[in-house]
Design a protein around this ligand. Structure first.
Ligand code: GLN
Length: 479
């Protein structure tokens, strides 16, 4: 009975009403999700659950709800990607090098959701240091897609997406550097938002590529995405790059009718090599639906599409090579038992502690930053980034939104693409553009292919205009 009730909520405000009316308790919710996590351990989405703590907190939050002082997220059960710090809890970035590491402070996003009475139920598997598009680079193994367990979850936030897809928690927090929220959301048929760069504090989040990284929500409705964003966004004195643009009440602003909009779709994305024909047909059908609703949808040309993946990988590996220098076997995390002196401590701890993909990126990043190649690669990629950003901004002067497929293919079989990094990197072709430009982008469920695999559609919006992006997202329905 309770189980059916919990399953029936399509957004948090319905659940919150029932909590306030006493029809369901916070403890029921925690027990329900703990039960589901245990029954679905083979999906490998959760690396750890905080059962006792969550149950204790459920009592506290229940008391607040009962006396009318519960916060905006009172009773929301959240899973946390394993690269976001939660004081006193382990955080490994799914890497051997951080095995056993306990966070000494909480990320600002964690502080903020706790202040609004969310309950964190556990930490979620991801690609090692958020580097990957299938969750297969995790030291703890791949996450299985709930729709087809032989297929990947997408990545790097595979655990965060599958946890929501399989109903193991209400919503999750993840990070997105080049698609890590949007791509797994698309593969799992859920909603995932990468906010404008600097909209959300990065304090306490494991740094991969600092000029790209953003934290965002994965959930089952646009309304829930809006609510969570409203809580986590905003200036933070601990992150100098966080923006002081005021945070609107996203959850209220998205209600009501959506005025007619002008939307661009990028011609080149629909002719991209390797684009699955069913995804192409799905996007074209969505475009038709939008036109039927009275929106203007027009093709535009984005001649840089073939350069976005290269630009992204040069810049992010460069930033990663510097960010990951701190894992040296000295300060914290894994130290090789073979260490004899300083140099062997560095060399052996890093060689044994990092996985292959992370090492590949550190080497690539070090190479593109090296004196002889800096101008040929790093400087050039910076220039390309500028052109890509200007072009996207230019399109968004004329149009309210840009619409693209989120991914070129649906979820692929586990083991199929991991052997070829180039193939894997191309999985990011449609998501890295917004990351290079720092623009907000959301992936929305757009239906299924003939095999029943989820398909996603991406909407990119204007800088700091998440309220418009989210309001418009409600015009997109599963086909
Ligand atoms: N797949 C991309 C990469 O491996 C994106 C990862 C991310 O957004 N963290 O870099």
């Amino acid at each position: 009975m309770i189980t059916e009730k919990i399953k029936s909520y399509s957004n948090f405000s319905q659940l919150q009403q029932d909590l306030k009316a006493g029809l369901i308790s916070v403890k029921d919710l925690v027990n329900y999700y703990i039960g589901r996590i245990k029954a679905h351990q083979h999906l490998n989405a959760f690396l750890e659950t905080f059962e006792a703590e969550a149950l204790a907190r459920a009592e506290e939050i229940q008391a607040k709800i009962d006396n009318g002082t519960g916060g905006k997220m009172a009773g929301m059960i959240i899973g946390l990607k394993d690269n976001i710090s939660f004081k006193g809890h382990q955080m490994t970035a799914s890497s051997k090098i951080l095995e056993g590491y306990e966070a000494v402070y909480s990320a600002t996003v964690v502080e903020r959701i706790l202040k609004e009475d969310a309950i964190i139920i556990g930490r979620l598997n991801c690609d090692e240091f958020a580097m990957g598009a299938s969750n297969e680079t995790s030291y703890y193994g791949p996450v299985k897609n709930y729709v087809d367990e032989t297929r990947v979850s997408g990545g790097s936030s595979g655990g965060s997406a599958v946890a929501v897809q399989a109903g193991l928690c209400f919503a999750s927090l993840a990070s997105d550097t080049g698609g890590s929220i949007r791509q797994p959301a698309a593969f799992c048929g859920v909603f995932g938002l990468k906010p404008t760069y600097s909209r959300v504090s990065r304090y306490g989040v494991v740094a991969y590529a600092s000029s790209f990284d953003q934290v965002g929500p994965i959930a089952k409705s646009v309304e829930d995405i809006a609510l969570i964003l409203e809580v986590i966004a905003g200036k933070d004195s601990h992150d100098a790059t966080s923006s002081d643009v005021p945070v609107p009440n996203y959850s209220q602003l998205i209600a009501g009718e959506v005025p007619k909009k002008k939307i661009a779709y990028i011609e080149e994305t629909l002719h991209a090599e390797g684009l699955d024909p069913e995804i192409k047909a799905n996007v074209l059908a969505q475009i038709e639906k939008l036109k039927e609703q009275g929106h203007t949808v027009e093709p535009v040309s984005f001649e840089y599409l073939e350069y976005v993946v290269a630009t992204y990988y040069i810049l992010t590996t460069a930033e990663a090579s510097s960010n990951l220098a701190r894992y040296d076997g000295v300060h914290y995390g894994y130290r090789s038992p073979e260490s004899k002196d300083l140099i062997s401590t560095y060399k052996k701890s890093r060689s044994e502690g990092f996985g292959d993909e992370v090492k590949r990126r550190i080497m690539l990043g070090t190479f593109v930053l090296s004196a002889g190649y800096y101008d040929a690669y790093y400087s050039k990629a910076q220039k390309a980034r500028r052109l890509i950003k200007e072009k996207m901004d230019h399109i968004l002067e004329d149009y309210n939104f840009i619409i693209t497929p989120t991914t070129p293919t649906p979820a692929f079989p586990i083991g199929e693409e991991i052997t070829d990094p180039m193939v894997m990197y191309l999985a990011d072709i449609f998501t890295v553009g917004a990351s290079l430009a720092g623009l907000p982008a959301i992936s929305l469920p757009s239906g299924e292919n003939k095999q029943g695999l989820p398909l996603g559609i991406q909407i990119i919006g204007r800088r700091f205009k998440e309220e418009n992006l989210l309001a418009f997202s409600k015009c997109i329905h599963k086909l």
